[in-house]
Design a protein around this ligand. Structure first.
Ligand code: PMP
Length: 466
């Protein structure tokens, strides 16, 4: 066993992190042993650690650093100006700071379907919890208190707060936390490669998903089903691009039974899929949109919920009766975060970031397709500048490796050695580089990945698994 960081380099930030910081989504024993991975600065898609090592961050941090990790003078200026003018105000009892008004107006004008109002939070999780509370409140307001169940999908990711984690369809977020809460139902994940049956076409699979959703609604009773929460592309579940025709079929079912659609655009929003919104790329018709991350290029915490007129009217009319929508966060509509988000959107417009994503996406796709024939690669999926490569034991049957082998996490360790950070979701390796990445940088990312894949293949051969 190697020496513990706290004895080998006791004064390093890494050791002090181990001593004082409890991380989320981290193996605490490993952090105690090895210390924190301390990042000191960034430049474009690259970050630099305490030891001065360079990494390409292939996940834009947590799918959010759209403009990369270098300082953005315009965002610095926007934050500074707001901090010098009005560093804090809130949004309770009709109060509001000026950038919040401007941001709400901007978001409503950018919405992919007609939206009426924006509501602000600080994180994607809060946005989804809030959207759920809005839906429950709305159905009370409309005099249908039974219409409260919400549906989410297998492998969905909607966050970690109590309701958002319950909506998330990943067992690790439920098992040890006594979740999910009541009134959450689960429906299919539209992952054709993994869940399509032998001989079933992609369209037939999409029909089966929609039929199963309808069966679930009918079995529970349409009068009890309030909403479906869904990401246009399922991100943290493994970059799952919906099967062809899926969204048009799902939309039809939702409309038939008056079930609201909440599009969780926390990853997809602001250009990731080659349009401003994933809703546009895949033809969703949401009543509510939740968004965060790239809204501020990941630089300050802010999330927004967009609601349509029908939803707004139900909330408005009831709040008149009850004296107000009794939900709000101290930092709902924080002026500094809002000023930075507003400036981020202006940067996206001035620098034509969506055009850039569209121009670079074919290169991203070509680089990914180069792995299709590799013996370990089962599925390659991508849209815009987000994608995943799924490793399998058997290419023809799609059989996965034994999870105990930890093939995906092992590849990620090799990638680390080659200066690349990527996310494993079981054996799917996810790519989500900053939107500002150049073609040369995309090639650099996949070059590093290719070396890690080669190491993984050799390791599996040595172990007798390939
Ligand atoms: N929704 C989606 C689709 C996400 O990917 C995430 C975070 N990865 C969240 C919600 C939760 O956002 P946050 O971590 O800001 O709470």
């Amino acid at each position: 066993m190697t020496a513990n960081i706290q004895t080998s380099r006791p004064n390093s930030l890494s050791a002090r992190d181990a001593a004082y910081h409890f991380h989320g989504y981290t193996n605490a024993l490993r952090n105690e042993q090895d210390g924190g991975f301390v990042v000191m600065r960034g430049d474009g898609p690259f970050i630099y650690t305490e030891e001065g090592k360079e990494y390409f961050d292939g996940l834009a941090g947590l799918w959010c650093a759209s403009l990369g990790f270098g300082p953005q003078p315009r965002l610095v200026a926007a934050a500074k100006k707001q901090m010098e003018t009005l560093p804090f105000y809130h949004t309770f009892t009709q109060k509001v700071a000026s950038p919040v008004v401007e941001l709400a107006e901007k978001l409503v004008s950018l919405a992919p379907v007609p939206m009426s109002k924006a509501y602000f939070c600080n994180s994607g999780s809060e946005a989804n919890d809030t959207a759920l509370k809005m839906i429950w409140y709305l159905n009370n307001a409309l005099g249908r208190p039974e219409k409260k169940k919400v549906i989410a999908r297998v492998k969905a990711y909607h966050g970690v707060t109590v309701a958002a984690a319950s909506l998330t369809g990943l067992p690790a977020l439920h098992n040890e936390f006594d979740l999910p809460i009541a009134r959450i139902l689960r429906t299919d994940c539209p992952h054709y490669y993994r869940f399509g049956e032998k001989g079933e076409t992609e369209e037939a699979f999409a029909t089966r998903c929609a039929d199963n959703l309808e069966k679930l609604i009918l079995a529970e009773g349409p009068d009890t089903i309030a909403a479906l929460f869904a990401e246009p592309v399922q991100g943290a579940g493994g970059v799952i691009i919906p099967a062809k025709t899926y969204w048009e079929k799902i939309t039809k079912v939702l409309k038939t039974y008056d079930v609201l659609l909440v599009a969780d655009e926390v990853i997809c929003g602001f250009g990731r899929t080659g349009n401003w919104w994933g809703t546009q790329t895949f033809g969703l018709q949401p009543d509510i949109i939740t968004t965060a991350k790239q809204l501020s290029a990941g630089q300050l915490p802010i999330a927004a919920i967009l609601i349509n007129q029908r939803v707004f009217e139900a909330l408005r009319d009831n709040s008149n009766k009850l004296g107000g929508f009794a939900h709000g966060l101290t930092y709902s509509g924080h002026p500094v975060s809002s000023a930075v988000a507003l400036e981020t959107i202006k940067i996206y417009e001035d620098e034509r970031i969506i055009d850039h994503v569209r121009s670079i996406a074919p290169h991203f796709e070509r680089e990914m397709n180069a792995f299709v024939d590799h013996p370990l690669v089962g599925d390659v999926r991508k849209v815009g500048l987000v994608g995943a490569i799924e490793l399998v034991k058997d290419k023809s049957s799609h059989e996965s490796f034994d999870p105990k082998l930890a093939v995906g996490p092992t590849l990620v360790k090799f990638a680390h050695e080659h200066g690349l950070i990527i996310r494993p979701v079981i054996d799917s390796l996810c790519f989500c580089p900053p939107l500002i990445s150049t073609t040369a940088q995309v090639s650099e990312m996949f070059g590093r990945f290719s070396r890690a894949l080669k190491d993984t293949h050799e390791w599996l051969k040595r172990e007798g698994h390939a």
